[in-house]
Design a protein around this ligand. Structure first.
Ligand code: C2E
Ligand code: CA
Ligand code: CA
Length: 872
């Protein structure tokens, strides 16, 4: 094996081969040094002997010269080669035999000494190259010597040759076997060292230089053993942070001749930091002088990293803002016997004795407010089943009247123990509570909202069904709230709602639920004394409570309410139906201007439809379901169309074309009247412009106002903007409002009609004669026109008093400088009478029905179509 050292490994195990190669090499080098020293010296001695001893023969000068000029240079050359290659050349033993034979031939007198030298050389060959090479060299030597020894005397030659063969063979066998054994041993030893995961090393103390490093160095640090022989190699590859103290400690121990152990870091070839434990044995001589160092370096990186991880985890557990406990069940049958095995500081804080160690105590004893029985049985379950368990909201009373909420996670640990983590979710829990409150309460008034009301209603009905009791639901809608909001702003409206809520709360019992359902709508749920008369009493109390005005920001505000009452089980059995019925009753109250109404099945059919329509009205506006018709009014003197009145219709997808009588009041109560009126005015203006056919509009349009429009503070400004935008002459617009509605709020009417008048828009009092306006008052109204109610016009021919009234109104109007229009003209006779009475204009089915806008265009195109009857 040694012979083939340069040829690479013979073992499948590369590491072992590497170790063996390098070991064999250093061994040969060692031998080489000793052998060559002896050989050079011997050759010089040989040359000297040859030159000086006469017995050598007559050619001794040449012999000495040959030794000096051939043998010595050859020997030096081989030495040089070995030094470079780190091993002896294989040719060496053969060359020695050739040289030896050559010298014998040159000087037969040196036959015997030459034989001795060659035998010695065979011994060396057997030691260095093994038996095979040595035996070959012996064979070669025998042949060459046999030839070369011709000059030697016969007997001596045979004896010498026999001695050579026997001695050389003996050496080959003995030394060869010995060295072979030694080599095998050494190889096994080195292979063993290479296999273990440590670095075995040997070094000189001063200067500290590694003389041997095992193959583990390559595996552990990536440095080949040879590299360690460089000066300062080890020192240079120590971790910079460790270098000083390691060298310091190491040299101290060496000086004291003391075995020692060091743990330090080295930087590996790939830059890794490797933790090593270095066990150093200091070898001393009998004078206690350190002669060499031996040691074993063990790679403890993994161990160190594991330790670090453990430290990190421990740190984490100590510092984490989450209480962690480990508990063990001492009696598997009794969940209350959980004993604390470990706690982190956060958990200790929660215990009853935060300053003492609670380990070893019962869980129940250390955490009495936390460790409910429920928790215990869950923990026991975790221990038994080995499956984790989560508990959502465990409340912990901290004693200072504060509660903390924890989310608990329990998980199985080794040895039947249970780990418990307590995550403080107090903040989150509070936020969730606030959110829950937000979801169930009205932000403005703090009252329950519709969702909570519905919830409670469902609950109440279930409970009532179980206990065979009754429930009353009251729906309440404020009557003028929208106007207050529009006129005084949202702030005032909000304040009113808040004040009103507080007042309502006062008149209700705690068991009753009052909720704000939206806008100005409230609901009251009665579960005690929820009879017909009990509910009526509450409704009365509510309306009475609102009679007193609210003093807010220096304003005295008053609002009425309409209350609808529905009873379970009398009126409905499920929450939805009950709500609907209460709603129906509420509209009934509103329509009949009563403070409250109890649901009446007889009125339900139409009422339900109306409640449904109410919901659909907004959609009607958004989806263009409203249509504007126009009824012409005629000049009774000329017979020409003097103007038109816009009348709204609803093209309902199910009910067909609906008259305004079916929904305008709904628009009024729901606040939809504002957008509806604006839509009507804008559409009327557009239509009038389209009738003009590119030219300037000449036919006026009248649009009906509701009293609620008078509360619309923005209406006048909006209208003036519309006039600017469309360029429509204001004098071609007439706004009509019924006499009775004017009388609802006469002062406001004067003000708003005045503003409209100022815009140049005409104003008209509709259905005149039914509203009991005082004449003196009429005088102050900024109006241009009155329209005689059709009930008087219609009764004119049959009823004398009606005819008188019509005449009186015409006269009155004229006296005040107003235009007078008669409505509801249904026959020719009426036309004739009105004309004779001097009435200015007439309107009615007999003259023209309300027409779609396109039809108006046609009528106008028939060159101001005169009504034929007017000419008779
Ligand atoms: P009004 O202002 O008195 O309108 C005249 C109503 O009398 C119209 O009914 C019209 O079709 C009807 N009429 C016309 N000629 C005759 C006739 O010869 N005999 C009879 N019996 N009736 C006749 P309509 O269109 O159903 O409107 C009803 C009421 O609805 C209107 O009464 C008006 O107060 C209201 N209204 C209509 N459109 C609007 C609107 O856009 N806004 C507002 N606030 N109210 C509207
Ligand atoms: Ca009208
Ligand atoms: Ca009218």
């Amino acid at each position: 094996m040694v012979e083939h050292s340069s040829g690479g490994g013979i073992s499948a195990d590369g590491a072992t081969a590497r170790v063996a190669d390098s070991a064999a090499q250093s061994w040969q080098e060692g031998i080489g040094r000793a052998v060559f020293a002896v050989r050079h010296a011997s050759l010089l001695a040989l040359a000297a002997c040859a030159a000086l001893i006469p017995a050598v023969g007559p050619d001794r000068a040449q012999l000495a010269l040959a030794v000096l000029c051939v043998a010595l240079p050859w020997d030096l050359a081989v030495h040089w080669w070995s030094r470079r290659r780190g091993r002896l050349p294989l040719v060496m033993p053969y060359a020695s035999q050739v040289l030896g034979a050559g010298f014998v031939m040159l000087a037969p007198a040196i036959f015997v000494p030459a034989l001795l030298v060659l035998v010695a050389d065979i011994g060396l060959a057997a030691a260095v190259f093994g038996r095979r090479v040595a035996a070959t060299a012996v064979a070669l030597g025998t042949v060459l010597l046999g030839v070369a020894a011709f000059g030697v005397e016969g007997g001596d030659r045979i004896i010498g040759m026999s001695g050579y063969v026997i001695a050389a063979s003996g050496l080959v066998i003995a030394v060869g076997a010995l060295f072979e054994d030694e080599r095998r041993l050494r190889h096994r030893h080195l292979a063993l060292l290479g296999d273990v995961d440590v670095i075995v090393w040997e070094a000189t103390p001063t200067p500290c230089r590694f003389t041997y490093v095992s193959g583990g160095a390559l595996d552990i640090l990536g440095y080949a053993p040879r590299m360690w022989e460089q000066d300062h190699f080890w020192q240079d590859h120590l971790h910079p942070e460790d270098r000083d103290w390691v060298l310091d400690q190491d040299s101290k121990a060496i000086d004291e001749g003391r075995d020692h152990e060091l743990e330090y870091r080295m930087i590996a070839a790939d830059g890794r930091v490797v933790y090593l434990r270095d066990l150093v044995t200091v070898v001393t001589d009998h004078n206690n002088r350190t002669v060499s160092l031996r040691g074993v370096m063990v790679d403890i990186t993994a161990q160190r990293q594991a330790e670090q991880r453990v430290r990190l985890y421990a740190d984490l557990v100590e510092r984490i803002q989450m209480a962690l406990l480990v508990v063990r069940l001492t009696d598997p049958d009794d969940p209350e016997t959980f004993e604390i095995v470990a706690v982190n500081p956060e958990a200790r804080e929660l215990s009853i004795t935060p300053d003492d160690d609670v380990v070893g105590q019962r869980l129940l004893q250390a955490f009495p407010s936390l460790a409910s029985l429920e928790l215990h049985s869950h923990l026991a379950e975790v221990a038994r089943r080995g499956e984790p368990y989560d508990l959502d909201d465990i409340v912990h009373d901290t004693g200072d009247q504060q509660e903390r909420h924890f989310s608990v996670h329990a998980f199985p640990l080794e040895g039947g123990m249970v780990g418990v983590s307590l995550d403080d979710v107090t903040g989150r829990s509070m936020a969730a509570q606030a959110l829950r409150r937000q979801a169930t309460h009205d932000a403005l008034t703090g009252l329950p909202n519709r969702a909570l009301m519905n919830d409670r209603l469902r609950q109440a009905l279930r409970e009532a069904a179980r206990t065979d009791t009754s429930v009353a639901l009251l729906m309440m809608d404020l009557d003028q709230f929208k106007e207050i909001n529009d006129a005084l702003g949202h702030h005032a409206g909000d304040n009113l709602l808040i004040a009103l809520s507080r007042r309502l709360e006062l008149v209700l019992r705690d068991a009753d639920t009052i909720a704000r359902l939206g806008g100005d709508e409230f609901g009251v749920l009665l579960t005690t004394d929820a009879t017909h008369s009990g509910a009526v009493t509450v409704a009365r109390r509510i309306t009475e409570a609102l009679e007193q005005p609210f003093e807010l920001d220096g304003l005295s505000l008053q609002t009425n309410a309409s209350v609808g009452i529905a009873l379970y089980p009398g009126h409905a059995e499920d929450p939805e139906a009950l709500t609907k019925r209460a709603d129906v009753a509420m509209y009934l109250a509103k329509r009949s201007s009563r403070p409250y109404a109890v649901y009446d099945p007889g009125q339900d059919r139409s009422s339900v439809r109306r409640v449904t329509l109410l919901g659909e009205l907004r959609r009607a506006l958004d989806f263009d379901e409203l249509v504007l018709f126009h009824q012409p009014a005629f000049d009774l003197r000329t017979g020409e169309i003097a103007g038109t009145e816009a009348l709204v219709r609803w093209q309902h997808p199910e009910h067909g074309l609906m008259a305004p009588g079916e929904f305008v009041d709904l628009a009024e109560v729901s606040g939809m009247i504002q957008p509806l009126t604006r839509w009507a005015i804008r559409t009327a203006v557009q239509h009038a412009q389209s009738w003009a056919h590119e030219g300037p509009p000449s036919v006026g349009v009248a649009v009906n106002l509701s009293v609620r429009n008078l509360y619309d503070a923005e209406l006048t400004r909006w209208l003036s903007e519309l006039l600017v935008e469309t360029g429509f002459p204001p004098s071609l617009i007439t706004l009509e409002i019924t006499e009775s509605e004017v009388m609802d709020d006469p002062f406001l009417a004067v003000e708003v009609l005045g503003q409209l008048h100022d815009l140049g828009v005409h104003t008209s009092i509709d259905d005149f004669g039914t509203g009991q306006s005082s004449l003196s008052y009429l005088k102050h109204l900024p109006i241009d026109e009155i329209k005689i109610d059709r009930s008087f016009v219609g009764g004119m021919s049959t009823c004398a008093s009606d005819a008188t009234i019509v005449r009186a109104i015409i006269d009155l109007g004229h006296n005040l400088g107003l235009q007078v229009v008669a409505e509801g003209v249904e026959d020719d006779d009426m036309v004739t009478r009105l004309r004779s009475l001097g009435c200015d204009r007439a309107q009615g089915f007999h003259l023209s029905k309300p027409l779609a806008s396109d039809d108006v265009t046609h009528v106008l195109q028939q060159e101001r179509l005169r009504v034929p009857l007017l000419h008779r």
